[in-house]
Write a protein that binds this ligand. Structure first.
Ligand SMILES: Cc1cc2nc3c(=O)[nH]c(=O)nc-3n(C[C@H](O)[C@H](O)[C@H](O)COP(=O)(O)OP(=O)(O)OC[C@H]3O[C@@H](n4cnc5c(N)ncnc54)[C@H](O)[C@@H]3O)c2cc1C
Length: 379
């Protein structure tokens, strides 16, 4: 069987790793898969998913233990394995909701939050009682983050926030949103700050869930700030540091997205191999072999990337390369599987195609990823 001999992210190295994978798999089989139809019909997960994930010890693996998190300390591989197992559900929406919360948003709170902020927010975040989102993109600004126009004007002990954010993952469900705002209109990069906006803030409004091609078990929303009054005590990091703080966290976030890309594709290929009628013709066999080989190469590469994260040597260009390559492979493999299965009733495989499609777009588009890698090559 392809993969058994290779050391890759999909091969557990210790009994503890195998036990963790098994715990994640049980959570997916018992708490996620049985709910997928209901979550799809209602256009998003229910909060019980976060509570169940926390109860299974799978939410905020790196969060401080004193607040109910996993305490970290065993390396990023475990986070990658969890991401992989979540995609075995045959759905990327629930996985993306949890990843957005625990891998993308929550680390800002425990790495940047003051003691007072952590006391206020982290227990609920680590135990799944609060859902998190991060809002950078705006109707007129996605790739060029330094151009955001949502303003936050300081007035005494408050910021008054005005503007609109769009495509915000978990936006409908979120209790806390980390919002990129412009605190200094005379500066570009140095004019951006991060504010944590609480759901019941006066002047803060959440639009309807946006209709999407994929990720139908997870909500995405527009957010409106119409003079929203946010306590100055909700500033994350220093004023004017926001852009740089976002950049600092991006390599890790983009590696999770790369893992998600391969995970989705692998789950789709596994399902296709189970289902495709035998015997297959040579054309189909070769396409399936190409897909399996690309994934095996990818898993081995991502194993090295994960090790580099733990070693502190993983940089922005590495992350950009992993993200564009893995998410492009994700789209190619899912398309191949759907094409070969040739079964209009294969809606579960079609769902992989739909869910994969956004991966080259969010978290920085793959075109922007190639710009980043290009700069690192000096071209
Ligand atoms: C389902 C979903 C969930 C999302 N979740 C979040 C979230 O939680 N938080 C958040 O802040 N944002 C989120 N986003 C927004 C996402 O990050 C942006 O859509 C993305 O960054 C692209 O921005 P844009 O849509 O404004 O496109 P643009 O930046 O306008 O780009 C349009 C096209 O032009 C290309 N392009 C742009 N600049 C260049 C360039 N210099 N060279 C070559 N090509 C270029 C892009 O690659 C793209 O193909 C989400 C988006 C989706 C679809």
């Amino acid at each position: 069987m392809l993969g058994v001999m290779l050391r890759s992210l999909r091969v557990d190295r210790t009994a503890a790793e195998a036990a963790f994978r098994s715990r994640a798999r049980t959570f997916v089989e018992e708490q996620v898969v049985p709910n997928l139809d209901a979550w799809t019909a209602r256009g998003g997960f229910t909060r019980s998913m976060f509570l169940d994930a926390a109860a299974a010890g799978l939410l905020c693996l790196d969060g401080p233990e004193s607040f109910g998190g996993g305490g970290g300390g065993v390396g990023f591989r475990r986070n990658a394995v969890l991401c992989d197992e979540l995609h075995r559900a045959g759905d990327a929406g629930a996985a993306w909701a949890l990843v957005t919360h625990a891998e993308i948003c929550a680390p800002y709170l425990w790495s940047l939050g003051t003691a007072e902020q952590q006391d206020r927010w982290l227990a609920d975040v680590c135990t799944g009682r609060s859902v998190l989102a991060i809002a950078m993109s705006e109707p007129g600004t996605g790739s060029d983050l330094a151009s955001i126009t949502t303003t936050a004007e300081r007035r005494g002990d408050r910021y008054v926030v005005r503007g609109t954010k769009t495509f915000i993952s978990n936006g409908v469900s979120a209790d806390l949103v980390i919002v990129a705002v412009r605190t200094d209109p005379t500066e570009r990069h140095r004019g951006v700050s991060l504010l944590v906006v609480e759901r019941d803030t006066p002047g803060f409004g959440v639009g309807r869930a946006l209709h999407k091609v994929g990720l139908r078990t997870q909500d995405t929303a527009e957010l409106f700030f119409d003079g929203a009054e946010v306590p100055a005590a909700n500033l994350l990091g220093a004023e004017g540091e926001g852009f740089y703080l976002l950049m600092r966290n991006l390599p890790r976030e983009r590696l999770v997205m790369a893992v998600a890309g391969l995970s989705l594709a692998q789950a789709c290929l596994d399902r296709t191999l189970e289902r495709i009628p035998r015997p297959v013709g040579q054309h189909a066999r070769f396409r399936l072999v190409e897909a399996a080989t690309a994934l095996q190469v990818g898993w081995t590469y991502l194993e090295r990337c994960v090790a580099a994260v733990d070693a502190g040597t993983f940089d922005g260009a590495d992350a950009a390369a992993a993200k564009w390559w893995a998410t492009d492979i994700g789209c190619q493999v899912t398309e191949t599987c759907f094409q070969l299965l040739g079964d209009p009733a294969a809606t579960d495989v079609a769902r992989f195609v739909d869910d994969a499609r956004v991966q080259p777009i969010y978290g920085g588009t793959n075109e922007i990823m190639k710009e980043i890698v290009g700069r690192s090559l000096g071209v």
